[in-house]
Design a protein around this ligand. Sequence first.
Ligand code: BJ8
Length: 429
Amino acid sequence: MVLKMTDYREMWKNLNMDIETHDQLCKVLPQAFGDVYLSQVNQPENMAYYNTVVLNIHGIRPAELVEAQKKGVKVFGTFCVYVPDEIVFAAGGIATGLCGGSQFWVHSGEKVLPTNTCSLIKASVGARIDRTCPFFSIADIFVGETTCDGKKKAWEILNKFTQVYVMELPQQKRAKDVTAWAQEIREFLIKAEEITGNKVTVESLGKAIKLVNNKRRALQRLYSFRKLPNPPISGKDCLLVSQIAFYDDPVRFTEMTNKLCDELDQRVRDNVSVYASGAKRVLFTGTPMAIPNWKLHHIVESEMVAVVGEETCTGIRYFDNLVDESQTTLEGMIHALAERYMKINCACFTPNIARIDDIKRYVREYKADGVIDVNLKFCTLYDVEGYLLEEALKKDGITVLGLETDYSDGDFAQLRTRVEAFLEILNNC
Ligand code: BJ8
């Protein structure tokens, strides 16, 4: 049931949010979403669910979280795909992604962070300190991780507002690093038990592993349509589904995504595609694109080119591997979790050859004609790794464009010019 706007305002007030400033933020989203999404022709009917969810992003799901809290459920806010949601659900809590994606919050973040910090960190901190995001206000605890320097130090600031629990992520992938990560997961499990007051059991963890795997399976199914010669859904729509996966109820999300995929199956049988036959295909790689980051997809797809995948944490990296479901002990499950999560190839690892191998594989699987490697300004990790990535892709004859951007729209025209020049090259290949 969709609550009326006034009900949400009551909730926002109760959450001690800055209502006036938040009103300004609420005004921006419908316009931006309408321009990028609702202007699409031939959008699958089942995208209506995701359109509603995102247009009510600060209403529907936050209201559900508040209701759950009234029943004693604890909400864990997370910032990275290495944090195992399975542990939170197994302890009877709810995990929700918190990465800030709006330029609106960047200026708030700059009040306490250096300007030359990436927009994701500035927006995440800004959303909390200026009290303009219900998810940040609702969370009982934040779970951070030691992926990059900016995040590591930002936790210390966020900790002044909400308790931050930090997981130490190893940055190499030797056997001893997987063991160390298993130990971090073990300690996180104890913390989750302490916060929720519930014991994690073999049954509850086994159930949570299946729950999150099912979400991954649904996303894998969705992305399989993008591998087809004539995809029945746009890259923009798939990006939106991936972005919503971070905070929606996992059971409902899985059900709705499979329902969308059923419709796409029918579209394939009926030879319906959202692109003209033979449209060029682009794979994005690099830093995550949190809501409402649709700028680059919009630029590329406005040129009648298909975005067929995102090698990002708001894309394939989020769901690429499943956790082994055959384990029958808590220890076995913790190790299975550690192994699965350590297969994610974030640029915070060194060396990180496996990420380059992944990208080459995605280029083949998604039949991409070219790669656009996107770096969020001031993210040193992905920026530096871009050099070796570009070199390796070019060596394999893959056309690649490196782009740097932030959350603002100030570079829109410049990005479009660069993308157009890149597509010109693809067209002549
Ligand atoms: S696994 S990509 S979600 S760390 S863009 S804050 S790295 S300076 S978001 Fe990330 Fe986990 Fe890696 Fe994925 Fe730092 Fe870079 Fe900013 Fe970043």
